[in-house]
Design a protein. Structure first.
Length: 442
């Protein structure tokens, strides 16, 4: 850890390292042990849980990645993470576009090319021959390479690129550059990037770990491992780029499903939603762009049978003026039911929408432009509301009528009983008068 062996043609020279170099050597060794043990652990888990090779026909893979990162100070690690997210976002956007295109073709729906935000220029900025990765590797092999020279070369080569910019003010402006990612602008600070990219372990340290008494460490550190044909080791960003390319190749051969995890708030509360935070996550995850692609075509759809059953009531003739006004079909003939669901849907849409550019009838579904289905649902809700009000009015009228009939019956019975009582009193008075008169004559 404190010395380095320099091999020449016929001899080897041991050079003592400075305190800073020895510290960097120590840190590089710690990271290398962690990386190799992690890879070994994943291999062991996969070997223990996998089926025998002769029985494997398909596999299910789960990829869990960091989300898009943008901090106050963004370093080398943030560039790698955002680079991977750019790659996956391009795959996600193409999958959404391809799925929409395949569905329209299967349903026989004519469609115009949908324009979508392609992040290919951003990926070219990072991984092309004169991109950030190549220029960083080039600066690492230069004898007097520095982070300032690396940023200066980036600015001179990519100053006309709309996805790239550099600050003109600030204490760290010589070390900073900005990339306009799909999720937003990120300012990177290239401080210590050459050291991080050259984060390789010397041959002395590898030989030391290979001769370790720990069998696991000894097996993980192969002195010939990690070398290229020229005897040089790949840089960190080159390894990352190669690993990412292999990952994308594997993903390209699979049927991909996407799960987006959204964090509603920073307080871990089950009853709180931070709208700005949620929208920012949706934008960074590419969901908003996917929605925009969907809206550019026919975002709303419904099976033919369900559409005919659901909106048939809008074209019926109604005796009630209120229902006729709500349906808008008081003066037109109703659409007759037909065994041909597509023909029935065509007739319904011609009456309800009119403009055939706002909808398309496919083989199994009806497709609508943005806002058309919502308008039909609103008309249906108004008609159902009018029908409910009409029904409630009839029911309340019947209830009041029955209550009135009962009150009238009771009133008549009371009136009859009162008249009978009055007549009886009058009869008794007359009877007394007659009796008195008869007695007076005797």
């Amino acid at each position: 850890l404190t010395n380095r062996t320099i091999k020449m043609r016929n001899e080897s020279v041991v050079k003592p390292l400075s305190a800073a170099s020895a510290t960097g050597n120590r840190d590089a060794l710690a990271k290398e042990i962690y990386a190799r043990v992690f890879d070994w652990l994943v291999e062991q888990i996969c070997a223990a849980t996998a089926a025998p090779a002769e029985r494997v026909g398909n596999f299910v893979g789960l990829l869990d990645i960091f989300g898009f990162e943008s901090f106050a100070i963004n370093r080398f690690e943030q560039l790698c993470i955002n680079y991977a997210n750019e790659k996956l976002q391009q795959k996600f956007t193409h999958d959404v576009f391809k799925a929409v295109q395949q569905e329209y073709a299967a349903e026989g729906i004519p469609w115009d090319r949908i324009e979508f935000k392609d992040n290919a220029p951003i990926l070219s900025l990072i991984e092309s021959k004169l991109g950030i990765v190549a220029m960083l590797n080039e600066e690492c092999v230069r004898p007097k390479g520095s982070n300032q020279n690396f940023v200066s070369k980036l600015v001179s080569v990519h100053k006309e690129d709309p996805a790239f910019s550099a600050p003109k003010l600030g204490k760290l402006r010589e070390l900073q550059f900005c990339i306009r990612h799909y999720a937003g602008e990120v300012m990177y600070t290239a401080e210590g990037w050459l050291d991080r990219n050259n984060d390789t372990v010397s041959e002395d340290v590898i030989a030391l770990m290979h001769n370790s008494a720990n069998q696991l460490l000894s097996s993980l550190f192969d002195p010939a491992g990690g070398e290229t044909k020229g005897g040089k080791r790949d840089t960190v960003v080159t390894k990352f780029k190669t690993s990412l390319a292999e990952l994308m190749a594997t993903i390209g051969q699979t049927s991909t499903q996407y799960v987006r995890c959204i964090k509603p708030n920073k307080n871990k509360s089950a009853s709180e939603v931070d709208n700005a935070m949620v929208v920012d996550q949706l934008r960074c995850a590419g969901v908003i762009e996917a929605i925009r692609i969907s809206r550019a075509g026919f975002p709303a759809r419904m099976p033919l049978k369900e559409f005919a059953q659901r909106f048939q009531l809008l074209v019926r003739s109604y005796v009630s003026p209120s229902l006729a006004r709500a349906s808008g079909a008081s003066s037109a003939a109703a659409v007759e039911k037909s065994d041909d669901e597509a023909a029935q849907c065509h007739a319904l849409l011609a009456r309800l929408v009119g403009d055939d550019k706002k909808y398309q009838v496919g083989r199994t579904r009806v497709y609508f432009k943005m806002g058309v289905l919502e308008s039909l649902e609103e008309r249906r809700a108004l008609l159902i509301q009018a029908a409910a009000m009409q029904l409630a009015r009839v029911v309340r009228g019947r209830q009041v009528q029955r209550r009135y009939q009962r009150m009238r019956y009771v009133a008549r019975r009371l009136q009859a009983a009162w008249r009978m009582h009055v007549a009886r009193l009058a009869f008794k008075r007359i009877l007394r008068v007659i009796v008195i008169c008869q007695r007076s004559e005797e």
